[in-house]
Design a protein around this ligand. Structure first.
Ligand code: HEM
Ligand code: HEM
Length: 217
């Protein structure tokens, strides 16, 4: 049955969505933490997020933030709608979905910001490898401690302070990444639930399924 309310997200929304999802999955499950590949995938995800957020101001109507403002009131109304078995049509994300979208973006921003704080901005030279440089920093601090000179002590302390800051960033990075995985799982359940409830092709709209043939001009 052809859904008369069919819609399709524009190519930039689809590209950034699936790029971010693939990058998050890759960094959460496959790349080695802190490796060059982890960092480059992370920078890529950051760039895609930045592009999508820019699109929220200048993109087509349904992709703009104005089409899905964060509104707990409207989200609550949407929950009542679900409870009462009513359905309404939304051009963009439904109000409950919108809250999830902002939560996903905010959490992702924390993961990226803490990652970049540990690794520094991307450079065009050799791929960064923070784990290795952390290791070297630690060894240098330890060697300085053994030497016992005045200057050496200073650099050992600096090294320790830096190390503590990195550890703190790492903790936040890890906690935010774990929260992101939980939110993403809820998000997928939400998509499945809303698809069943509304009968709309929600996933197809994000994949870019075929449109109904356009009438000949
Ligand atoms: C795209 C989303 C990302 C996810 C899901 C992710 C996930 C993770 C996870 C789960 C860890 C292991 C944490 C631990 O057990 O201590 C980790 C470590 C790390 N991540 Fe990410 N990350 C992401 C993006 C980034 C970005 C953008 C950067 C920096 C450009 C980055 C840099 C690092 C570094 C340096 C570590 C290792 C910390 C250490 O062991 O010294 N990550 N990441
Ligand atoms: C880590 C993985 C994922 C993240 C971080 C994520 C994040 C997001 C975000 C931020 C949006 C809003 C899109 C925008 O307006 O640009 C979105 C929408 C959407 N996502 Fe995901 N997603 C993930 C995985 C998935 C998966 C695996 C599916 C497939 C089941 C999926 C299906 C959808 C759909 C269908 C929408 C549109 C919802 C609507 O019509 O309101 N996502 N996702």
């Amino acid at each position: 049955m052809q859904n008369i309310q069919a819609r399709r997200w524009d190519p930039l929304v689809r590209l950034t969505h699936w790029g971010v999802a693939a990058g998050v999955l890759a960094n959460g499950a496959f790349t080695e933490e802190g490796s060059g590949l982890h960092l480059w995938v992370g920078y890529g995800v950051g760039a895609l997020l930045a592009l999508r957020l820019l699109w929220g101001f200048i993109g087509p109507a349904e992709a703009r933030f104005s089409a899905f403002p964060p509104s707990p009131g409207r989200a609550a109304a949407h929950l009542r709608e679900i409870a009462e078995g009513r359905r309404s049509h939304h051009r963009s994300h439904n109000p409950l979905g919108a809250l999830m979208v902002y939560a996903l973006w905010a959490t992702l921003a924390v993961v990226i910001a803490t990652g970049v704080a540990m690794a520094g901005p991307p450079t065009l030279s050799t791929p960064p490898a923070v784990a290795a440089s952390n290791e070297r920093g630690h060894e240098a601090a330890e060697a300085a401690e053994h030497e016992g000179g005045h200057e050496a002590h200073g650099s050992a302390r600096d090294g320790d302070a830096e190390h503590e800051e990195d550890e703190w960033m790492e903790e936040v990075h890890e906690a935010a990444a774990n929260l992101l995985f939980v939110l993403a799982a809820l998000h997928i359940l939400g998509v499945a639930f809303e698809t069943r409830r509304s009968g709309r092709q929600i996933l197809t709209a994000m994949i870019g399924g075929r449109r109904k043939a356009a009438p000949a001009e």
